[in-house]
Design a protein around this ligand. Structure first.
Ligand code: KG4
Ligand code: ZN
Length: 335
């Protein structure tokens, strides 16, 4: 089954074709992402109306480009999947509208996918993917969740953030040290130049039992450290390193606890922060020490993309699920 996937929940337009005839990474026939970062940079964050308009401009050309890269005509597609939520309502409606219209015109089944289920299943698109049960860590700009995955579609929330998501903490911390939007990846790059241990920040909520997170206090600690410092480039890198180590340690401690609670040795990680090199290394070490493994999608499939939507949609369509013809999105939606 060849499924066209469309992602437009925030500031990335993503389109992909996943073919279930070839399991693993080979099934990904083509994927393309157009990022709106430059458009929103001068505002310091995503402007919803500008995001919607840019999806309108970019989506159909990206569908054409992706089909061409996959070597497919549109009438060779067997189904359409789109992100139905959560996300910005206008941005979601663009993807849902295009997906539903294509499906209707071509008489194909279409299915709305939960954005976070897309992230959660993304690691399974890679070769040598684990089979459920496993524990998933979802770390994006909007979510930080630990989920016990008993099977596809069978998810139990083990813990989540009580305030900022991990990616949001990266972005806000970067901003307060003067890095341009979106600061997360830049802060991480800067941390690579930083001296470990010069700044030591708390590992929030690790001193008590439980699997929930809280990251908002960390940025206040960083703000105080930054204001009281010489604000040189090296100091900024050192603070970035202290911050990154605090977030990565906290995530790793909670992941290990979640594995113990779920009786599993496999941790599957996805969402934008899953692209973070130090997090990947730390979780790989932790899992190896337990005799298990940590699985990640390639970094370009950690951040928002159409491939994860095509893949999650293909699994749902194969299970016989699809939606009626109404264009329906769910801006706020628990997985
Ligand atoms: O999954 P994603 O692309 O979009 C959402 O669904 O939110 O995640 C974006 C988030 C942003 O907060 C970004 O700063 C963060 O992921 N991010 C990173 C890195 N790359 C992206 N955070 C830390 N290190 C990175 N290398
Ligand atoms: Zn996302």
């Amino acid at each position: 089954m060849k499924v066209l996937g469309i992602e437009s929940s925030c500031d990335e337009t993503g389109v992909a074709v996943y073919d279930t005839a070839t399991p693993g990474a080979g099934g990904l026939r083509a994927h393309a992402v157009y990022s709106q970062i430059a458009l929103h940079a001068e505002y310091g964050g995503v402007v919803p109306e500008l995001a919607s308009r840019d999806h309108v401009r970019k989506l159909l050309p990206l569908v054409r480009q992706t089909l061409a890269e996959a070597g497919l005509r549109i009438d060779e597609i067997d189904g359409v999947a789109y992100t139905a939520g959560p996300g910005l309502v206008g941005a979601l409606l663009v993807g849902a509208g295009v997906a539903r219209a294509l499906a209707w015109a071509l008489d194909l089944p279409a299915v709305g996918v939960h954005h976070m289920e897309g992230h959660l299943l993304a690691p399974l698109m890679e070769d040598d993917a684990p089979e459920p049960p496993f524990v998933a860590l979802l770390v994006s700009g909007g979510h930080t969740q630990l989920v016990a995955v008993d099977g596809i579609g069978r998810y139990r929330l083990l813990g989540e953030t009580l305030d900022d998501a991990a990616g949001e903490a990266f972005d806000k911390t970067a901003k307060l040290m003067g890095l341009p939007y979106p600061g997360g990846p830049q802060l991480a790059a800067m941390a690579g130049q930083g001296v470990p241990g010069r700044f030591k920040f708390a590992r929030p909520m690790t001193d008590r039992p439980g699997l929930d997170f809280s990251f908002s206090g960390l940025k206040t600690q960083v703000l105080l450290a930054w204001r009281g410092s010489d604000q040189s480039e090296q100091t900024r890198a050192d603070i970035a390193r202290g911050f990154e180590d605090a977030v990565v340690d906290t995530l790793a401690i909670k992941c290990e606890r979640a594995l113990e609670a779920a009786g599993s040795d496999v941790i599957v990680v996805s969402g934008g922060v899953g692209a973070n090199k130090r997090l990947r290394a730390k979780l790989q070490d932790m899992a190896a020490r337990r005799g298990g493994r940590a699985c990640f999608p390639r970094p370009s499939l950690c951040t928002d993309n159409g491939a994860m939507i095509a893949f999650a949609g293909a699994l749902r369509l194969q299970a016989g699920q699809h939606d009626d013809a109404a264009v329906h999105v769910v801006p706020r939606w628990d997985m």
